[in-house]
Design a protein around this ligand. Structure first.
Ligand code: FE2
Length: 401
């Protein structure tokens, strides 16, 4: 049974209150009458009686969409279970699925340009993303950054969906909420299919009037998806709000603070991370750690204080799959982050200080030695070894061009 602590002032109708077994004498301010909270009047009565805290079970609660707000506001970061499948195995199992998902979504977006929106066919892909993230979240999040696609728009949508699922899970979302968040991330840019292609694909800085047209994609996306019968409102809000900024400088609604939906906030973080760390026609990809440091500088302005910090905590300062250079001149790839000492992850060393291959590559936990430290994060686009094969096969192969 899931059991989440909450202050009674944050209770919402639909929450299932848990009986903890504690007595009134030991915890007099704990409200613990089990069952679903029916309405605001019932909550007002609980507050009037002086109860200040309670426990609720998200799995038994109704109105799950309302629960998202509470989970995000409460910053309930649940300790996550250890991965059940090793990184290399899960990446190997997901490489083809990832490519298929990008191809599939390219088809969905192209169909949407012709006015046909196939929404329901995305659900099996979402189930796969969620089950893979549950087995080993590092696999798809690193694959999303190692794989390069010519068609940025489609891969970006899949990547944002992957990061949103991983981040939502990290924040404590689960089940239907996580599924909805992943779908909202996948479809967040669907409105771009109503933007003329000569503006959407312009390989240059956009003129102000063109940028104003691009900005309409968030609202267009919400409009397109609202045609789907019974689509959850959280999904629509995530699509509409993914360019809103905490300080009100975003678009389309210039919303501020908590006017921005929780899904919109989560997707916005994932959207910026993937955009910064991806190669585009007009810019090189930033190494993931550089992208995260830029986003850290935007904390409290673009996003509510604490949100980016949690995203960085989830991925690590050097996310898994990042190629790195070390003080000794060695090179390697991060294979496991270290939440308690983020500067000292576990690394697979592949080149020595003279640039010769280390055969076979050797694993070093940087927290357990004093000889080397990371001096530079590199981009998988620019290193001369194939990062994916190194992680999955433990061997060097010439980089595919
Ligand atoms: Fe967008």
């Amino acid at each position: 049974m899931a059991c989440v602590h909450i202050l009674t002032k944050d209770l919402r109708p639909g929450m299932f209150i848990v009986q903890t077994g504690e007595t009134w004498r030991s915890r007099p301010y704990l409200y613990a009458k089990p069952g679903i909270l029916k309405n605001e009047a019932e909550i007002a009565e609980i507050l009037k009686q002086g109860f200040v805290e309670a426990y609720y079970d998200p799995d038994k609660s109704e109105h799950l969409e309302d629960g998202v707000n509470d989970l995000l506001t409460a910053r309930l970061v649940h300790p996550l279970p250890e991965p059940t499948v090793p990184l290399n195995e899960e990446i190997k199992a997901q490489e083809e699925n990832y490519n298929n998902c990008v191809d599939y979504f390219q088809h969905v977006m192209e169909e949407a340009r012709s006015g046909r929106l196939d929404y329901n066919s995305a659900k099996p892909f979402m189930e796969n993303i969620i089950s893979s993230v549950n087995r080993n979240a590092d696999a798809l999040t690193s694959l999303a950054k190692i794989k390069t696609h010519d068609e940025y728009t489609f891969a970006h949508c899949v990547n944002v969906s992957i990061f949103s699922v991983a981040f939502g899970r990290y924040l404590g979302l689960r089940d239907q909420n996580l599924h909805n968040l992943g779908l909202s991330g996948l479809f967040h840019d669907i409105g771009k299919m109503r933007i003329p292609t000569h503006i959407l694909n312009a390989p240059r800085q956009l003129k102000p009037d063109e940028f104003a047209i691009i900005q309409k994609h968030a609202k267009y996306g919400e409009e397109m998806l609202s045609q789907i019968p019974n689509i959850p409102k959280d999904i629509l809000a995530g699509v509409c709000d993914h360019h809103e900024r905490y300080n009100g400088t975003g678009y389309p609604g210039h919303k501020k603070g908590h006017q921005i939906s929780p899904f919109g906030s989560i997707i916005s973080v994932c959207d910026v991370y993937d955009a910064l760390s991806s190669k585009r026609v007009y810019k090189e990809a930033l190494p993931p750690s550089k992208a995260l440091s830029i986003m850290y500088g935007m904390r409290g302005e673009s996003w509510e204080a604490g949100l980016v910090e949690l995203f960085i905590k989830m991925l690590g300062i050097y996310p898994v799959g990042t190629p790195i250079g070390l003080t000794s001149g060695f090179k390697g790839v991060v294979t496991k982050s270290n939440p308690s000492a983020p500067l000292y992850p576990t690394v697979l060393l592949c080149k020595d200080r003279t640039g010769h291959k280390i055969v076979p590559p050797s694993t070093v936990d940087l927290a357990q030695q004093h000889e080397m430290q990371i001096v530079k994060a590199l981009s998988s686009d620019t290193v001369d070894f194939d990062v994916l094969t190194l992680i999955t096969e433990g061997k060097h192969v010439p980089k595919k061009s």
